[in-house]
Design a protein around this ligand. Sequence first.
Ligand SMILES: [Zn+2]
Length: 398
Amino acid sequence: MESLNILLENYDLVQDKRLKNRFFKHSDIIQILDSIRKNSNFHIREAGFSAENRSINLITWGSGPCKVFLWSQMHGDEATATMAIADLLIFLSDTKNFHDLREPIRNHCTLYILPMVNPDGAEIFTRRNALGIDINRDFHHQQSPEGRLLRALRDEIHPHFGFNLHDQHTGWSAGSTGNPATISLLAPSYDKNLNMNEVRSNAMNVISLMNAALKDSIPDHVGRFNDEHEPRAFGDNFQALGTSTILIEAGGYHNDLEKQFIRKIFFKAILSGLLSIAEKTYMLAGTEDYFAIPENKKLHFDILLKNCKLQSKGFSYIQDIGLILDQKVNNDFRSMSYSYRIADLGDLSHCFAYEEINCEYYTITEIKKIALEEPADLIIHEGTRVLLTIENGIISIK
Ligand SMILES: [Zn+2]
């Protein structure tokens, strides 16, 4: 763990500087692949094509008997893991630093890496593929070329371990810790009764050690994703087919909308998982530590306005107001527009936020009537002193 933390302190050495935000495209991935193509430690093949005929490429690295399959960005707007994979490729191609971390993986594992499963979705920064199909609900119907490819590759490789890499909504919290679930982990269930077998418990054991590694960097910011069986999803089905599958979801972190800090933590999660597999330490870990990870809850807002005195229909009453920062991709598909939505109203004393304002002694002026699911449109003031103005979801005075 020590040397993993040293690597994190020197992240500059492995961070792929070509990817600066979440809006990179297929052409950026091709450029990254071209830069490692001449390195004989990597084998790269065009494994298939998306609906709009963009290549989906499989990278193979390592010479060990334990096969590990990693795939990212099945959802085109979930880009954090692909950035972490780009960093992982730099780490794997490094010849100067971090031998003690890299060599066990090279000798004990063979990595099969499929970055950006959904390049058409990434092109316009949207979840589904170009046919409007959610690839991660297409395991059985096999209507998307991307889903067909992913399933065929699993059948071809027969991986022992799988890393299913996603982003989740930033409103998830790490249980009741008061923090967002910056990283969520799950060993998906292989049946609706959430049964256990060795395949699944191996995934849980790896997760126990990943969580232990993450604790140093982001204490109380790790959640355990709901394990309700999703019969259409790839993770659940890969688990059923005998690949110990680990889901990693990138959530939110304070002041990290572009997820550049989270990317680094995501890389640490992947690498700590790979190390526990390569060094077989997962065999000594227990599922108790997995179940001790707090379950994800939706308790986290971006802004929480507490004790707001409101008036309506002749009544005066007090409400907490929970605001979520919604993101909408702009027409250039390379930037976002943000606006605050009223996501909940009422007694939210059990909830948390990046920013909380106690409005007990302030006045709330409603520019537009406060209503659930509508953009926030209000002024918080103390006499003539304005503390916060949000107009049509956008903060104009603070
Ligand atoms: Zn996803």
